[in-house]
Write a protein of this length. Structure first.
Length: 327
């Protein structure tokens, strides 16, 4: 997986592709770059030149208002993932303050942090605002809880901004708490259905929330872990969508890898059977190249699912020295 991520999913200019498929080419995706950078920054023996190339391109993609995106749209969520990747590199053994792009990366981190805090304050998940009813990724939705990771990392790595970070996390947890019932998060206010990928993001964020801000956050993440196990099939797959009674396909790789990480973080023994089924499913989705197919039979070898799976495998094997920080 790591070889494929570095050699096939990453271009020479440091851009990271959404997926690899010669017949259906992926696109340069800053969110995927942030995820891969977060993995490489925690991987013993990772190639410094590769991580720095990705980081330099990612920093260059940050606009003046402190955001990244795609297709001319700036996404709050993607910006958080980019910040997290840059911060984990900044705190890793791969970092060298004398490196030529170090100053640009520090500047990008400051712009991203300010942009994220401002967008949360304005309740602005993307700009410009969508002209039609928003998709899950465009809404003020449960997936934004994952922003607790980069906000806390900014304080941990750079030692400043705690009051702003805490206030932003507090707002997210208060306003988005209503989207969950029994561990299942619907995509956004007024929605009835759950996009399981977004629900996993919510649980990942809740695991990062300081108990001093929200003492019940980890308990709610544990509820989501139990709900994910309840909808898992015997073959390890999980549906993309769920209405509270039944799931609906496709059955993508990303939610399996995310769920394995959540189960490991919450209670490895309790969820051991679910973890084992999930690992078997990930193995069945791995292509000969090393990356993971998005769904069974798909020719799209997916970057973010492969990053999640690499961490899931390390955590499930008990190798806590690899990628200890949630990606």
């Amino acid at each position: 997986m790591l070889t494929w991520l570095g050699e096939a999913a990453t271009r020479g200019d440091g851009a990271v592709l959404s997926w690899v498929n010669p017949e259906h080419p992926g696109y340069a995706y800053p969110e995927a770059a942030g995820l891969l950078l977060a993995l490489l920054a925690q991987e013993p023996g990772a190639e410094a030149a590769l991580a720095r190339r990705i980081a330099a391109r990612l920093a260059a993609d940050v606009d003046e208002r402190g955001a990244v995106g795609r297709g001319g749209i700036a996404y709050l969520f993607d910006s958080g993932i980019a910040l997290h990747g840059l911060l984990l590199l900044r705190s890793s053994a791969l970092w060298d303050s004398s490196w030529g792009a170090a100053e640009a990366i520090d500047g990008a981190c400051e712009r991203l942090f300010a942009g994220i805090v401002g967008a949360i304050d304005r309740r602005e998940p993307l700009r410009p605002a969508p002209s039609a009813p928003p998709r899950w990724s465009e809404a003020w939705g449960c997936h934004l809880l994952k922003l607790a990771l980069p906000l806390r990392a900014h304080v941990r790595v750079l030692g400043r901004g705690q009051a702003l970070a805490d206030a932003a996390i507090d707002r997210l947890t208060r306003e988005l708490a209503e989207l969950a019932e029994g561990g299942r998060h619907v995509t956004h206010a007024g929605a009835q259905t759950t996009y399981v990928h977004a629900c996993c993001y919510a649980a990942e964020g809740l695991l990062a929330v300081d108990p001093a801000i929200d003492p019940g956050a980890r308990g709610r993440a544990a509820e989501t872990a139990a709900w994910l196990a309840s909808i898992q099939g015997e073959d390890g797959r999980l549906p993309a969508w769920h209405d509270g009674e039944r799931g609906e396909g496709p059955f993508p790789a990303d939610v399996v890898a995310q769920s394995v990480r959540i189960w490991c973080a919450v209670d490895r023994r309790r969820f051991a059977p679910a973890i084992d089924r999930g690992l078997a499913r990930l193995g069945a989705l791995q292509a000969p190249s090393g990356g993971l197919r998005y769904t069974a039979g798909s020719a799209d070898i997916n970057t973010w699912a492969t990053v999640f799976a690499a961490q899931a495998l390390a955590w499930a094997s008990g190798d806590e020295g690899r990628a200890p920080w949630l990606i």
